[in-house]
Write a protein that binds this ligand. Structure first.
Ligand code: FAD
Length: 434
């Protein structure tokens, strides 16, 4: 079988991989030095589009429109860009074995790739209901959403089951975005999740009450406090109904499951240090193994702002960790040093006409401010998180670019708060003054 050697190999073809390729080109790579190996069939793209505009019934986003790096206002890297730069884009190639000691990757086809420096950017995979042994979870038309192939299959089924019934299992951001987009596709939508409110990892009860109220007004039925325990199927294997733990049975033509993800570290088990479920890195995304870096969803890195090791599944971190790692690799070659990674957690989501941003840490006490009435014609509200007398996190729905910048600044600077009541009254003005 063919063996190829590259100075640098990026393993993965997602957001972090695409930005890393861009940054390698910026920092200077010679033709033939860099390869990007991906099991996906398309060049790196902005993954968040898959649960948003990609699924719109009209005016949908399509490749090449959302290849990286358009999501951050950068150059769109079409497949030709890699050719022009002499970067080998090796697509539809799954790596099934990684031997870090001999610096060799083996593909499912048997092809091997040798590298001098490896950048692991394998991202996450979805958690499946079959992982929990849920009965009937392998029925047809039960979908998960991670890669463009998953989205394409979902679109086909949306068309085939026009105006049908959709059940969304999970109340995280994927569940919320999919609930909205299925409604926009004119499905009758029910969302089911076990927690007392949606997005519990980030939202407070007050924030969630707004989104649940808004979704209810859009005609989405929300069932909380129970889980899917099984599925009924038609004779052809298509899903027919979702059975809930509380005994209810929901008719379904399509089920979309969004119950979380897990980082893809399996290839490296026992070869590299791990922490908090991810590959442990330093502030330059260097792992415990020389010449091996890990970026994006798979990396557990020192988050300087909170003096804590964290793994972050956000697109913004995928982009920035890629930049930091590539800079570090190049600086290392030149015997130079660069600043440590200083990341401010940032996450966003969009659904219907809504759009929110969150910066910082969601720990401590909270205050809500603004107009969080789901019936308002133009709701705009936010929340601050306060820990040890300082604002450490800020959330804003419906903010302008300047207002979003202001809440980011608050989360970064962590200004002291004299009175929580005052803060609630001041709301956005507090952020604008910083
Ligand atoms: C539907 C969806 C919507 C999202 N929306 C948002 C959002 O609104 N805001 C936000 O901040 N974040 C969002 N995220 C999260 C964000 O997309 C991820 O944090 C980001 O993509 C992580 O980048 P990554 O490069 O680490 O992983 P990924 O982008 O997942 O890329 C991993 C790549 O590695 C490839 N790969 C994995 N294993 C192998 C192997 N063995 N061989 C070859 N290739 C392999 C995969 O095929 C994939 O191409 C969303 C994620 C999804 C799935």
């Amino acid at each position: 079988m063919a063996e190829k050697h590259f100075k640098y190999v990026i393993l993965g073809g997602g957001v972090a991989a695409g930005y890393a390729a861009r940054d390698f080109a910026k920092e200077g790579v010679k033709p033939g030095e860099l390869a990007v190996i991906s099991k996906e069939a398309v060049a790196p793209y902005e993954r968040p589009a898959l649960s948003k505009a990609y699924l719109f019934p009209e005016g949908a986003a399509r490749l090449p429109g959302f290849h990286v790096c358009v999501g951050s206002g950068g150059e769109r890297l079409l497949p030709e860009w890699y050719t022009e730069k002499g970067i080998e884009l090796i697509l539809s190639t799954e790596i099934v074995k990684a031997d870090l000691a001999s610096k060799t990757l083996t593909a499912a086809t048997g092809a091997t790739f040798k590298y001098d420096v490896l950048v692991i950017a394998t991202g996450s995979t979805v958690i499946r209901l079959s992982d929990f042994g849920v009965q009937g979870a392998d029925a047809k038309s039960i979908f998960y959403l991670r890669e463009i192939d998953d989205a394409d299959k979902l679109i086909e089924t949306i068309k085939a089951k026009k105006d049908g019934k959709a059940v969304i299992v999970g109340g995280g951001y994927i569940g919320l975005e999919l609930g909205a987009v299925m409604k926009i596709n004119n499905f009758d939508v029910t969302m089911v999740y076990p927690e007392p409110w949606c997005m519990p990892r980030l939202f407070t009860a007050e924030i969630a009450a707004f989104y649940e109220g808004y979704y209810a007004r859009k005609g989405i039925n929300i069932i909380k406090g129970t889980v899917a325990v099984g599925f009924d199927t038609h004779a052809d294997g298509e899903v027919k109904a979702v059975k809930l733990k509380d005994g209810r049975v929901l008719d379904a033509d399509i089920v979309v499951v969004g119950v979380g993800g897990r980082p893809l570290t399996t290839l490296f088990k026992g070869q590299v240090q791990e922490e908090k479920g991810g590959i442990k890195t330093d502030a330059f995304f260097k792992t415990s193994v020389p010449d091996v870096y890990a970026i994006g969803d798979v990396a557990t890195f020192p988050l300087k702002l909170y003096n804590e090791m964290r793994r972050v599944e956000h697109v913004d971190h995928a982009r920035k960790s890629a930049e930091q790692a590539v800079k570090a690799i190049k600086a290392n070659e030149q015997g130079k040093s660069i600043d440590v990674y200083d990341y401010l957690p940032y996450f966003y989501s969009r659904s219907f006409d809504l759009s929110w941003q969150f910066y910082g840490d969601n720990v401590g006490d909270t205050v809500i401010f603004g107009d969080s009435d789901p019936a308002s014609p133009k709701p705009k509200f936010g929340s601050y998180w306060i820990k040890e007398g300082k604002v450490v996190g800020a959330f804003l729905e419906g903010g302008t670019p300047d207002e979003n910048k202001a809440i980011a600044k608050v989360a970064k600077i962590q200004p002291p708060v004299q009175s929580v009541d005052e803060l609630a009254k001041e709301g956005l003005t507090f952020a604008s003054k910083i």
